[in-house]
Design a protein around this ligand. Structure first.
Ligand SMILES: Cc1cc2nc3c(=O)[nH]c(=O)nc-3n(C[C@H](O)[C@H](O)[C@H](O)COP(=O)(O)O)c2cc1C
Length: 185
């Protein structure tokens, strides 16, 4: 059996983005369960032009992103809580996925989507996670039962080298990876 493809995107352009690291951690956990993975982090998302519905032209970066999501057997999306919601960087990438609207397998149809939010407070973590769940539902996807909200002030998930060192968050990462993989198989 071929290895399921799990595509992750998210985080911020900030060096050491906790959101990008969290998406990478969930992807790594799916890889341990047999997945092949592709990550579009903050820099890759920043290379996507502002989505314009009237403009059908696509850059190579836009095409690469859309094709990866089209081919995915499962997804992981990570956003910071910015002003109580999904960041513009992440939402711009999601809006580009309008290109999947006419696919037989429309948008995220039939795929599990793991969701991760990093925010400086619990409130933005909760509402942003809820907003992401609404987006995934609108795009016919299946948000995993476990969404992960990390409070980057109260919790320090990563050490200076970027290793995930918080045992509770690591357990959540593993659980979410298992949930993404369950549908991907
Ligand atoms: C423009 C901006 C808006 C933010 N708004 C909120 C907010 O409303 N609530 C909150 O808890 N944190 C807020 N934060 C903090 C970020 O969510 C937090 O630092 C997060 O960990 C950043 O993710 P990163 O480590 O991937 O860059 C904001 C940060 C920025 C830069």
């Amino acid at each position: 059996m071929s290895r399921p493809l799990i595509v992750g995107f998210g985080g911020t352009t900030r060096p050491g983005s906790s959101g990008e690291r969290m998406v990478a951690a969930v992807l790594a956990a799916t890889a341990e369960l047999g997945a092949q993975t592709t990550l579009f982090g903050g820099a890759a998302l920043a290379a996507l032009p502002h989505f314009a519905p009237e403009n059908p032209d696509r850059t190579p970066e836009q095409r690469e992103f859309v094709e990866a999501v089209r081919a995915a057997d499962g997804l992981v999306i990570g956003s910071p809580g910015y002003h109580g919601g999904v960041s513009g960087l992440v939402k711009n990438a999601i809006d580009l996925l309008e290109d999947l609207r006419s696919d037989a397998r429309v948008y995220f149809d039939g795929r599990a989507v793991g969701l991760v939010v990093t925010a400086a407070g619990w409130q933005a973590g909760g509402v942003t996670l809820s907003a992401l769940r609404g987006i995934v539902h609108a795009m016919r996807g299946w948000p995993t039962p476990l969404g992960i909200a990390v409070n980057t002030v109260a919790q320090k998930p990563f050490d200076a080298e970027g290793r995930l060192v918080d045992a509770d968050i690591a357990a959540q990462v593993k659980a979410q990876a298992e949930q993404v993989m369950r549908l991907a198989r």
